[in-house]
Design a protein around this ligand. Structure first.
Ligand code: SAM
Length: 282
């Protein structure tokens, strides 16, 4: 038996060996075993002592332990792999009344049912459902949403698409929809070597903070439709790509004060909102 880690629990390698947690690719399992790195991720989420934290995919519990050590009032963690539950139960026993583990698919769990108020989301997301979860969290009807901030690990390329600015290759629908109602930062990137097993690509932490009010007024569903039409044919001029909205796009482009020759990737979020308002008005 090796020495205990700073939080008084066994080192993660030992936890993984004891519970037979060989990583499964099908569950997007790339574990973080370096407690200095998980502590750094927890710090990127800011103060935790006065909030609940919602974590998706705690796995063997490296990030969960960092969140608890950082003083999180309570962590509510959803894990699909039942092999991890015993290891997580040991963490829960070490931090009485501060960790609740929900066994299940995060796509089927409603966080609001388990939280007592606004929470911070912190997660090293399984890459196969990360974008889908993000789209849900940024896409709700209620704003501000149930989360106060979301500090999330993504593949770097996805992180760049979330944080992208106009006139860049990475700028698209995800950037517009994320930044319309949240500020987005990338505090740091993480090398593949930090994970067990190492993924093929570099990862990055993305931090989203909901804006009190959207950047510009727009109906969400219309904005989603306009950005889908515009970016589905991102090389085409808007007078062509927006035909997918039905009807002639030119009156809407004129009303939004946007030249009809422009392409989707040149539009600011405010300009997309102006277009959405025109389409919504009919
Ligand atoms: N948090 C751990 C860490 O940082 O080492 C593990 C992160 S690993 C990238 C992703 C975790 O999400 C795995 O533990 C995996 O079992 C879990 N997972 C995969 N699909 C899930 C789902 N649909 N719902 C909940 N958890 C899921």
């Amino acid at each position: 038996m090796s020495e205990f880690a700073a939080d008084g629990l066994p080192p993660l390698r030992e936890v993984i060996a004891k519970h037979g947690l060989a990583a499964k690719k099908s569950l997007g399992q790339n574990f973080l075993l370096d407690l200095n790195l998980t502590a750094k991720i927890a710090r990127a989420a800011g103060r935790l002592d006065d909030v609940e934290v919602f974590e998706v995919g705690p796995g063997p519990g490296g990030l969960t332990r960092a969140l608890l050590s950082a003083g999180a009032k309570r962590v509510i963690a959803v894990e699909r792999d039942e092999r991890c539950l015993e290891a997580l139960a040991e963490i829960a026993a070490h931090w009485p009344d501060r960790l609740t583990v929900i066994e299940g698919d995060a796509l089927k769990v409603d966080p609001a049912e388990h939280l007592s108020g606004p929470a911070k989301i912190v997660a090293n997301l399984p890459y196969n459902i990360g974008t889908e979860l993000l789209v849900r969290w940024i896409g709700g009807d209620e704003w501000p949403p149930f989360w106060l901030s979301a500090t999330l690990m993504f593949q770097k390329e996805v992180a760049e698409r979330i944080a992208a600015k106009p006139d860049t290759k990475a700028y698209g629908r995800l950037a517009v929809l994320a930044q319309w109602r949240s500020t987005v930062e990338i505090p740091f990137t993480v090398s593949p070597h930090a994970f067990t097993p190492p993924p093929k690509v570099t990862s990055a932490i993305v931090r989203l903070t909901p804006r009190p009010a959207p950047l510009a007024p727009a109906d969400r569903a219309t904005l989603e439709r306009v950005t889908a039409a515009a970016f589905n044919q991102r090389r085409k001029m808007l007078r062509q790509s927006l035909k997918a909205m039905g009807g002639d796009p030119r009156p809407h482009l004129e009303k939004a004060d946007i030249a009809e020759e422009r392409r989707a990737e040149t539009l600011s979020i405010e300009e997309f909102c102006a277009l959405a308002r025109s389409y919504r008005a009919g």
